[in-house]
Design a protein around this ligand. Structure first.
Ligand SMILES: Cc1cc2nc3c(=O)[nH]c(=O)nc-3n(C[C@H](O)[C@H](O)[C@H](O)COP(=O)(O)O)c2cc1C
Ligand code: SF4
Length: 677
């Protein structure tokens, strides 16, 4: 029986080769607002991987007064057309359709980007997420912006796009029709018809400019789920009107709003939140319209995607983060290799990074967005070498996987009875169990590749040497370190003790987060949810300094719901025993003032220190004495440093065994080293 996901679909005149698309998402890979090589290769990879349609950009901005808050493409600039042409050519060459999402961000941006023009919206209502207070659009803004939308659409058509999608949830376009965002009393807002005037003018202007054949779609919140917003009947009415007037050719269904991180996390749920939460809603919309219905929201596994098509919920199913994690999903389905799909674990590091660090990266696919230098498909090596990897955490597993794909003879030595390292601990957090997919996928791949994994094996230097390796990779991870304290090291436990269950603090608990990452807030959340009376103290000026907005939401919810006290800008200086309690002395970097708390337990997180004794034992016996040729590493050349020619093997260390970082860093360390071994 043929797979419903692989059935073709005709969207107007556009023949799509299957039912899986990648919805618009701005990964912030642009250079000066242009989709240059990195951008193109990123989308080409999805096309190579078999996707039917890739919706490029995500909020490409149609006007200068829509400052690009997250690396958005400058659709307002004529200079973009040749770049768009290269992008569409690249995607088309691999058989996929290519469209682009256009928008004016309205109030959903920050005025302090690019040209520093004031942001504009129907009403001067501050958007909490970006903290901008927009100017109220004047008549000349409205005239100007209608033309800007049409100009941008024409540019995309000129660049060979198969169509465009207008973003209509939380941006300028739908801010006009949403009573929650449009408080005007004039002809642009007094009545429901008035509120529709601007969007209808935009769509008509686009139609007039690009013609009847060019595909124009709308990504629309059919129900904004906010007080006074567009509700389902209102949303369906608007949709029916646009359909009747022939203004749009498809609808990409959204349920929800974006004005706060909490709302956005319901539109783009992260792990620990329900899967496919709006799929039935999309199905309801499909039953009310003749337009093709597209939808994406945490449909991250093939079975759910297949269900979405089989049960007629949608015409095209979006698997967006799923294809950030594995751009070759469709090809693997078609080749009967579904089990080899690298799973999206919903960590949403990708989305959080566009704000926190200016580029989307997948937590556990270091090749995504690095297509120019990092392969998604690992090529075979010219000669087979014996590679011994010590440690089966994320770095070691990835090193073994890549070495296995290269065709090397690989042995993994792991001290524990199972693989995963710190991920096993992190996945003990009830909300973050899906992280174990990072481990499970690699363990399954190692099995497929015939890698010899030896558990319960504590490797000494001689054990490694006895295996007569050509290359040794030390991926032994790290161990928790304590923050500097004047006194009381022996009175505290660490996050790891919470995850492992070795410590289950009760009563009054003080958590000292001097790290700002998931290990800290994750452990703190588990304590808070266990019923303890928790205070988190951190020297940072925000909570969880290295955790992005989407991931922050469930932590904040837990701390709110448990009345957790959060103390910023302060440090734990010392922990002293008093009768029956611990006395915690609190200071700060900002003053000499000190205060005191009396608690039952103190938990700390200060990251990890490398556990690298084996590396240092082996170092004198290696040919490179552990040295890495960074030039070769960054240029993608093999490692050929020889500092001791009569040494027995090349020696490298990766991941937290070098310095405590995160899962992506560990996996990237492994991929870029081993792909050239
Ligand atoms: C890095 C990133 C950027 C995104 N930017 C946009 C955007 O600009 N416009 C948009 O409509 N959706 C955007 N999205 C949302 C996605 O299109 C999609 O709705 C969301 O990821 C849920 O689908 P998924 O669970 O299949 O990933 C973004 C998502 C990610 C991960
Ligand atoms: S970072 Fe997480 S959510 Fe984003 S694509 Fe990768 S696995 Fe999926």
């Amino acid at each position: 029986m043929s797979d419903p996901l692989l059935e073709p679909f005709d969207l107007k005149h556009l023949h799509l080769r299957n039912r899986i698309f990648s919805s618009a998402h701005e990964p912030a890979y642009s250079e000066n607002g242009m989709p240059t090589e990195r951008y193109r290769l990123y989308h080409e990879e999805k096309a190579k991987g078999g996707v039917a349609l890739t919706m490029t950009a995500g909020s490409a901005v149609v006007a200068e007064d829509s400052p690009p808050a997250f690396g958005n493409l400058h659709a307002y600039d004529d200079a973009i057309v040749p770049w768009i042409q290269q992008l569409t050519d690249g995607v088309h060459e691999h058989g996929a359709a290519c469209m682009i999402q256009l928008t004016h961000l309205g109030r959903r941006t920050s005025w302090s980007h690019d040209d520093w023009l004031p942001v504009v919206a129907p009403s001067p209502l501050r958007e909490p997420a970006h903290r901008s207070i927009p100017k109220e659009a004047e008549d000349w803004d409205i005239e100007r912006l209608v033309a800007k939308f049409a100009d941008a659409a024409e540019r995309m058509q000129a660049g060979g796009m198969d169509g465009i999608e207008l973003e209509s949830y939380g941006h300028l376009f739908d801010a006009f029709w949403s009573p929650a965002m449009n408080h005007r009393t004039d002809e642009w807002g007094a009545t429901a018809d008035d509120r529709l005037r601007f969007p209808l003018m935009v769509l008509q202007a686009i139609r007039d400019r690009v013609g009847a054949e060019f595909i124009v779609g709308l990504r629309m919140a059919i129900d904004e789920t906010v007080p006074n917003g567009i509700d389902t009947p209102a949303g369906l009415n608007i949709l029916a009107r646009l359909e009747r007037d022939g203004l749009i050719d498809f609808v990409n269904v959204i349920r929800g709003a974006t004005a706060t991180d909490v709302l956005l996390s319901e539109v783009i749920p992260i792990h620990g939140m329900p899967a496919a939460p709006h799929l039935d809603f999309a199905g309801m919309v499909r039953s009310k319209t003749n337009l093709p219905v597209l939808h994406a929201s945490k449909i991250d596994d093939v079975a759910t995607a297949r269900h979405a098509i089989t049960e007629g919920r949608v015409d095209l199913v979006g698997m967006t983060r799923a294809q950030i994690a594995d751009p070759h999903i469709v090809r693997k389905i078609a080749e009967g290799r579904e089990a080899e799909i690298r799973p999206c674990v919903g960590a949403t590091y990708c989305l959080d990074r566009i704000y926190e660090a200016g580029e989307a990266l997948c937590l556990h696919n270091a090749a995504t967005s690095r297509e120019a230098t990092m392969p998604h498909e690992i090529p075979q090596a010219d000669r087979t070498r014996k590679v011994v990897v010590v440690g089966a955490g994320p770095a070691g597993l990835e090193a073994a996987r890549v070495a296995g794909e290269r065709g090397h003879d690989v042995i993994v030595l792991e001290a524990m009875p199972q693989a995963g390292g710190q991920i096993v601990l992190a996945a003990r957090h009830p909300r973050r169990v899906d992280l174990i997919g990072i481990v499970d996928w690699r363990v399954a791949e190692l099995k497929r590749l015939g890698v010899d994994v030896r558990y319960d094996t504590i490797a000494e230097a001689t054990d490694v040497e006895d295996l007569e390796p050509d290359v040794v990779i030390i991926a032994t991870g790290g161990l928790p370190q304590l923050p500097p304290l004047e006194e009381g090291d022996d009175r505290v436990v660490t996050s790891w003790d919470i995850f492992s269950g070795d410590a289950t603090p009760t009563g009054r608990v003080l958590f000292y987060d001097d790290h700002g990452r998931h290990s800290a807030l994750g452990a703190a959340e588990m304590i808070a949810r266990s019923g303890a009376e928790l205070e988190i103290v951190t020297p940072e000026r925000i909570l969880g300094a290295d955790i992005g907005g989407m991931n922050h939401v469930p932590y904040a919810r837990a701390f709110n719901e448990t009345d957790t006290r959060i103390t910023l800008n302060q440090r734990v200086m010392a922990v002293r025993p008093e009768v029956g309690v611990l006395c915690v002395e609190i200071g700060s970097d900002h003053s000499t003032h000190r205060s005191v708390r009396h608690v039952d337990s103190v938990v700390v997180d200060h990251g990890t220190l490398p556990q690298a004794d084996l590396y240092f034992d082996l170092k004198p016996r290696s040919t490179n004495l552990g040295a890495v040729d960074y030039g070769a590493l960054l240029d993608g050349r093999p490692q050929n440093l020889e500092r001791k020619p009569d040494g027995a093997f090349q020696l490298f260390r990766i991941g937290d065994a070098v310095a405590g970082r995160n899962i992506h860093a560990a996996i990237f360390d492994a991929l870029r080293l081993v792909k050239d071994l």
